[in-house]
Design a protein around this ligand. Sequence first.
Ligand SMILES: Nc1ncnc2c1ncn2[C@@H]1O[C@H](COP(=O)(O)OP(=O)(O)OP(=O)(O)O)[C@@H](O)[C@H]1O
Length: 455
Amino acid sequence: MGMNELMRTAAAVLDHVYDGVAAIDDQGRIVYVNPANERITGLKREQLVGRHVKDAIPSAHIVDVLVTGEPCIGIRTQVGEHLVVSNIVPVREQGELVGVVSVFRDETDLRRLAQQLSKANETIEHLERLIDAEGRGGMIVGESEGMQKALALATKAARVSSPVLIQGESGTGKEVIARYIHEQSPRKGMPFVPINCAAIPENLLESELFGHEEGAFTGAKKGGRPGVFELADGGTLFLDEVGDMSLHLQVKLLRALQFQEIRPVGGSVTKKVDVRFLFATHHNLRESVAAGTFREDLYYRMEVVSIHLPPLRERREDIPLFATYALNKITKKLGLPPLRIGDSAMQALRRYAWPGNIRELENVLEQAAIFDEDGLIDTHDLPKRFGDQAVADVPLAQAAERTFPTLQEVEEKLLRQALRTFRTKGEAADALGLSRATLYRKLEKYGLSDNDVSF
Ligand SMILES: Nc1ncnc2c1ncn2[C@@H]1O[C@H](COP(=O)(O)OP(=O)(O)OP(=O)(O)O)[C@@H](O)[C@H]1O
């Protein structure tokens, strides 16, 4: 049976195959193309059948196979707009080459999907990095009395949905506590929406908070836009630097707090929302009330639960813990090998006044980690201000006292805190930058069981 007869028999089947099929005889003449061929190449069957393949299809591969008798598999060619992948095989009858069959597939859609997938993956990675940077699931480190008090209050506040006012200097961990409350609350899994009221100009803040209707003001988004109250619906709204809010907005906020309803800018109807309010400020709001810059009625509604975060200089005993925890986070983030803080450097860190609080501590450690060369952070790896002058503000007796915990004590404390903060050991291991196996090993080493760490 020659190629023509062969193809006649197969054609009934091949006409229904989704991939393109073309066959040529031993002279290079096209004897068959299926309908899928036309879909992919745009060339009609009548234009092709009977013509020499060289005149009809510019691809050289079919001719190569005819000449060499060797198959060509997985050949990629661009046909117009289509990316085509072909398998071209010789056809033999009793050892004689009688023709060539090419089966090819349009991978344009596949390629588009692959591109979409890789873009989606990039977006996911980007968001994951953002979430990480925002400290999702970050643990609360600190065993000082002030910190333990704050943590105990936060844990209690998480069980109810009353408003909480968190006060403390910049960089003392107000946002970390707010996230902790949300994560421990029944609203976990719903949105946690933070908004910094001091970072947004007054005229935009109103629409950021309450949203706006279409045409509410020049430049307002078509179709309107929801505000953070709506975005946080069912979850938690964290209003940071609420002490900087204008009196005009304080009135609107009070209404939202009292009635759980908002009115978008330019809108005439009110909308119901279900949000849990967390507030933070570095101002002393009592003083702001006395000065007339903050509404008294709003203040009392906000501070149903009041949490005060002491500055780092008032909880120096937390510094070794914070520093060890932060350094671990930093080396992990930068992809550096583990680093240790030497005794003298730890002493210098403990004595320093920390005007920028934990954020400053993190920056100092990040710089030191980048410049360190021997795996041990020493005083000379710290910025100049950690030299002798920084010690001056601490009474001599206190400076001379060597009350540092050993590295092992610090490690044990961090383990206890991680287990207290997280529901599962997996999460605790992640937060500490340890593998699960290492975490288990360390728990065993310190003889820690779940009973040791529960409140
Ligand atoms: N108790 C804590 N345990 C672990 N890390 C903490 C703790 N408190 C603060 N941090 C870290 O310190 C940094 C500053 O914390 P955060 O942003 O919560 O401070 P803040 O008081 O909200 O600051 P600001 O008022 O400037 O917004 C963050 O990187 C956070 O991860």
